[in-house]
Design a protein around this ligand. Structure first.
Ligand code: ZN
Length: 238
């Protein structure tokens, strides 16, 4: 069976990178009358998705929560513009990352799961190594320093679930109305083998989008190329 790894920020003292940035558009949060929760559970961003062609684009610039009907209506407006099968949870963001950046950056910059970044030269080496299912797009970050790095944003799809065993003794329920999974991420994660993608070397976990998962091929490539900024911890798969 293939091995999978939890990919997290490996912050080195000499890396002082800091971002003050955001994506221009997003789906609103959702206010659900059934479970009584107002939530915006997405950590995903689609930097490739441009909403300027939507007549209602201004509605995607505001972040306040909406009732399910309105949330669902807006989600259908963007669905034709996003990659097929994309998980579009409340709070998902779109468009190129804009803002300011300062300090020094490793090859990966994973401080925020909402905006995983990679230097262009590292991205080109990953592509040459034949990693599957990864996409990266230009950012619009402004640096005050001289010779700034060129940072791209990784567009990672949400795929794969946790195995029910890691929620024992009681599997959490999903709200039938808004589909919210009422659970915290378990301390010990076990991936459900059958749910994992077979053509993608780096992705977000569908159940907890802040969690980035890499394949053994990803981990080996990152180590072989000596790319810094990312830490890989082996996960159990069942
Ligand atoms: Zn609900």
């Amino acid at each position: 069976m293939s091995r999978y790894y939890w990919i997290r920020e490996a912050r080195e003292p000499r890396q002082t990178g800091h971002l003050d940035a955001s994506h221009p558009w997003g789906l609103p949060g959702l206010s659900c009358p059934t479970c009584g929760v107002t939530w915006a559970g997405s950590a995903s961003a689609f930097p490739s998705v441009d909403l300027t062609s939507l007549p209602e684009r201004a509605a995607f610039e505001k972040a306040q929560p909406e009732p399910l009907d309105e949330f669902a209506r807006r989600r259908e407006l963007v669905r034709p513009l996003v990659p097929p099968g994309a998980q579009l949870l409340p709070g998902v963001e779109f468009g190129p990352l804009e803002g300011t950046a300062s300090g020094s950056f490793g090859q990966f910059f994973l401080q925020s799961a909402w905006m995983p970044l990679i230097r262009r030269e590292a991205w080109e080496r990953l592509q040459s190594a034949g990693l599957r299912g990864l996409r990266a797009f230009p950012t619009r970050l402004r640096f005050r320093q001289k010779n700034p790095p060129e940072l791209l944003e990784l567009e990672l799809t949400a795929q794969g679930n946790l195995h029910p065993d890691c929620f024992l003794p009681e599997f959490p329920t999903r709200c039938a109305h808004c589909d919210r999974l009422g659970a915290r991420r378990p301390e010990i994660m076990i991936l459900e083998a059958a749910s994992l993608p077979d053509q993608c070397d780096l992705f977000r976990l569908a159940d907890f989008e802040t969690t980035l998962i890499g394949t053994e091929r990803f981990m080996n490539t990152v180590r072989r190329l000596g790319l810094d900024g990312a830490e890989c911890d082996a996960l159990t798969v069942r």
